[in-house]
Design a protein around this ligand. Sequence first.
Ligand code: FAD
Length: 407
Amino acid sequence: MSTSTNKQHVVVVGGGFGGTKAALMLAAHDDIHVTLVSNHTHFRYYPGLYHTATGGTRAGARIRLDNILANSGVHLVRATATKLDREHTQLITDDGKKMDFDQLVLALGNVTNYFGIPGLQEHAYGIKSTEEAERFKIHLHQQLLETGAPDLNYVIVGGGPTGIELAGALPAYLRHIIKKHGLPQRRLHITLVEGAARLLPRAPEDISQAITKRLRSLGIKLLLGVTVQGATADELMAGDMTLKSHTIVWTAGVANNPFFKENDFKLSDRGKVEVDEYLQAEPGIFVLGDNANTPYSGLAQTALYDGEFVAEHIIRLAEGKTSAPYKPKQPISVIPVGKGWASVEWGRHHFSGFIGWILRSLADLIGFHDLETWPNAGEQWLESMEEETLKCPHCGIPSGKKNTAQN
Ligand SMILES: Cc1cc2nc3c(=O)[nH]c(=O)nc-3n(C[C@H](O)[C@H](O)[C@H](O)COP(=O)(O)OP(=O)(O)OC[C@H]3O[C@@H](n4cnc5c(N)ncnc54)[C@H](O)[C@@H]3O)c2cc1C
């Protein structure tokens, strides 16, 4: 159903990597009107969250969507999509509004999955949003101030990129705040728990080995091949061990957004949406990024690539042209582990060290530029490298520049 202006109406759901990219590209076409439905006011730059959780600014991990979309022609609607009415080609949102569409693009991202493990949801911290990262950071300060010493153990569950990045950055941040609080430096106990026999089980073995060595050199204890059974406020039960800790971070599980199951999409064994060679789940309904069952789903670069592919395909359809089918593209993987070091998997080339760190920094700049103009991306990039300057809510550690952004 077309809008009264005879433009095609494309509704994009999800203001993340894939959805925002698709919306911006589609809106640049004269014959297409785009509505972007997002349940957040900000775009979340997930790769920056480990840094926000360990002293970096919130600004480095989020950008206001209305800034990204300024002058783009995209109509932004703040709502949660709840239901798909296939018969009337309408999307229904949590406020009961119904939106007609000609084409629908769904890029809703993943949600945290605790696999029903008792106590985790209540007692574990996460770093999947700036709010979660802030909550974790406040806890680190609070725990230090209440006891005058570091926690008995800081336990991170999940040997994927998020857990590794957080574990790598944590020792330096803890030492920094211990010093700032005027407390004596003590030996830190930081443990990374992974259920598989090695870190990054899907990555090449040499990458996994280099990261293992690096984490051990930073003093991180690795528990590999150990699965978590449960958590309480004071401990984590993993394998046949009980780890005393008030600081458990869960980074080990994600599941596809429940929207797809609730709306009867065809799902793969992994719970991802089955799509055809144009990333189409059904005629006129495209699914991309983390939600789609594609080989490299689960990475920001894939979501951007998918967003671009779907936008180009819809534009070509609007122009009465055909397009080439989707070709999965292996992203470059760069995982920072502590300051000045990152591992890189670039096709067949694998390397690590300071050069990897520089590459990651440049990748962030390019990542911001994927959605913003060069001047704005540059500003965002510089800001992302700043340290957190907000006052510690408990001790009033000097703050400096105040970040007033709200979500
Ligand atoms: C902590 C962390 C670190 C990461 N680091 C890296 C990295 O270094 N490199 C890398 O390549 N990848 C990384 N990733 C993965 C990467 O962020 C994702 O693959 C990418 O965000 C997927 O993009 P997407 O568009 O599919 O979904 P998202 O970017 O998650 O966007 C989905 C958006 O949809 C919104 N939404 C959800 N449901 C609804 C609804 N019903 N209605 C309206 N809006 C909705 C969400 O709030 C969100 O804004 C990381 C992920 C995490 C959690």
